[in-house]
Design a protein around this ligand. Structure first.
Ligand SMILES: Nc1ncnc2c1ncn2[C@@H]1O[C@H](COP(=O)(O)OP(=O)(O)OP(=O)(O)O)[C@@H](O)[C@H]1O
Ligand SMILES: [Mg+2]
Length: 170
């Protein structure tokens, strides 16, 4: 599956991440797969919350770390949202056992830590990597209420497969 688009976006603050998530939501159709990568606290779940809002899904999106997968139904005609956390999955076999293919007809599937595991799910996918400045182990953020915590993020967006050819997110 070849690269068909790339975009690097600078997200100055939470509002910018929210805008980015809305823009992705506008581009999405049922059957789309998004793989999210990035350090702890980089913004994968925050992005997914914005994406849900952008799709018109009012559910409370939390990190599905201990649940592996959460299904959020769309209240109207839009696609449902399937939110997966692959961090603790042992590999592709366990991902297959989640039976995500059956949701593809009427859902978009977002997989945190899905890179390297979920590529076979569909003929195309969008890979988004969030980068946080100073995200090294000696600079772990422990107090998110600290007003000095840098809100700056970078999102590297890479489209694989025919679905993303010629698409510009923002
Ligand atoms: N521009 C920004 N974009 C996203 N999150 C931001 C931004 N600025 C600050 N934050 C904060 O960074 C944190 C991101 O946490 P989040 O749970 O989304 O990360 P994650 O990548 O899902 O981490 P994990 O790997 O632990 O699941 C939140 O507390 C959020 O408020
Ligand atoms: Mg998360």
């Amino acid at each position: 599956m070849g690269i068909t688009m790339t975009q690097t976006l600078h997200l100055a603050d939470l509002a910018a991440t929210e805008q980015f998530a809305s823009a992705v939501a506008r581009a999405l159709r049922p059957g789309d797969v998004i793989l999210l990568t990035g350090d702890l606290g980089a913004g994968k779940t925050t992005f997914t919350q914005g994406l849900a809002r952008g799709l018109g899904i009012e559910a409370n999106i939390t990190s599905p770390t201990f649940v592996l997968v959460r299904h959020h139904d769309h209240p109207g005609n839009g696609p449902n949202l399937v939110h997966v956390d692959a961090y603790r999955l042992s590999g592709e076999d366990e991902l297959t056992s989640l039976d995500l293919e059956t949701s593809l007809d009427n859902s978009v599937i977002v997989i945190e830590w899905g890179r390297g595991m979920a590529e076979a799910l569909a003929s195309s996918h969008l890979d988004i990597e969030f980068q946080r400045p100073g995200a090294t182990t000696d600079q772990l953020i422990t107090d998110f209420s600290d007003t000095n915590v840098d809100e700056h993020r970078t999102a590297v967006v890479t489209g694989y497969g025919p679905r993303w050819e010629g698409i510009t997110i923002i």
